[in-house]
Design a protein around this ligand. Structure first.
Ligand code: LMR
Length: 329
């Protein structure tokens, strides 16, 4: 064969190979621990829809709900190892990477989800998205779930005294541990995927969560009472591997960032509606009693949990707590 022909064939192979490599979409995995019919579940699906529309053929997004791919215990390491590209852990699960996010766990800090939203959109809240880059994690946005309610397998759940000595499942947060200790209860850190069974078998007596999680995980079927405490918040930070994000082709990063913004808006608009819908569904199911609290009851919970603030003030920083308080109108 002539040299020119060989070069021609080699060239054609090279072009075909390059085209084939380029034609492969970048597969990005989004893993989370909740059901699809929740604010986070809907946010992840929206992200997929918009990302694939903005980057046709370039990006394929695979969403894995309900701890199918990674649960609480493994998901952060998986991001750092590059086994998954996006996760959205609850803000209570970042203790090991930054103490600053503990601000979100302080009991009765935020009046409602709108106050949480204002704080997240302010300068201090935005800065927290970059608070873990030195550890390899980049925050891309905050997604809402909602305010937490307290549930137990007892008939009486109105005053702080009612939880004395009871065992409560908590997320992996030292602030939440201190909160239940302040109540005289016994907190137990546990992955989200294990909670239903722990409640069902009596390994723990109760837990705290949003209406959408209590409904979609069927906690209301294995709890006797849910008290409307609204004593804290469950929100999320969507994070990715900082190195991977930086190295993405600029057009892909831009498209994914835009998809993230649209998904954030979508999830945050839906959050209150989904929680309210699920609160009603729980009431209609009539399995667990929903306990309304008087102002005096709420104040009793607030007062009993108050010492937690002082305990974590140095770690979180007074400035951050003040900025969060200012977000309450
Ligand atoms: C929990 O672990 O209770 C929740 O934060 C799970 C979630 O992601 O909403």
């Amino acid at each position: 064969m002539k040299a020119g022909t060989i070069a021609g064939i080699a060239g054609a192979i090279a072009i075909a190979f390059t085209t084939a490599v380029y034609a492969q979409p970048i597969v990005v995995k989004f893993s989370h621990v909740v059901a699809e019919a929740t604010p986070k579940g809907q946010g992840a699906l929206k992200f997929k829809e918009v990302a694939e529309k903005l980057l046709p053929g370039k990006v394929q997004v695979q969403v894995f709900p309900s701890s199918q791919l990674f649960g609480d215990a493994k998901e952060m390491e998986a991001v750092l190892l590059g086994d998954v590209q996006f996760i959205a852990p609850s803000l209570s699960k970042f203790d090991r990477y930054t103490k600053k996010l503990q601000v979100f766990d302080l009991p009765f800090l935020f009046d409602d989800i709108d106050a949480v939203d204002r704080f997240q959109k302010g300068p201090q809240g935005k800065a927290l998205l970059d608070s873990m880059t030195s550890k390899g994690l980049q925050g891309l946005g905050y997604w809402h779930n909602g305010m937490k309610q307290l549930s137990s397998d007892k008939d009486q759940l109105k005053r702080p005294e009612d939880v004395k000595g009871l065992k409560f499942r908590i997320q992996a947060s030292d602030v939440l541990e201190a909160q239940f200790r302040a109540l005289g209860a016994n907190p137990q850190k546990m992955s989200f995927s294990e909670v239903y069974q722990a409640l069902q078998t009596g390994v723990v007596d109760g837990q705290e969560n949003t209406w959408s999680n209590i409904y979609s995980q069927k906690f209301y079927e294995v709890q006797k009472t849910i008290a409307q405490t609204n004593h804290g918040v469950i929100d999320y930070m969507v994070i990715t591997n900082a190195g991977w994000w930086k190295k993405l082709p600029a057009d892909v990063r831009k498209g994914l960032a835009q998809a993230m913004d649209e998904a954030t808006e979508h999830a945050n608009k839906l959050a209150e509606e989904l929680n309210e819908r699920d609160r009603k569904r729980i009431l209609e199911a009539g399995k667990a009693k929903v306990q309304e609290l008087s102002k005096d009851d709420v104040n009793a919970w607030r007062k009993t949990m108050e010492p937690v603030w002082k305990k974590f003030e140095a770690d979180i920083g007074k400035d951050l707590i003040q900025a969060a308080l200012k977000a309450n109108k």
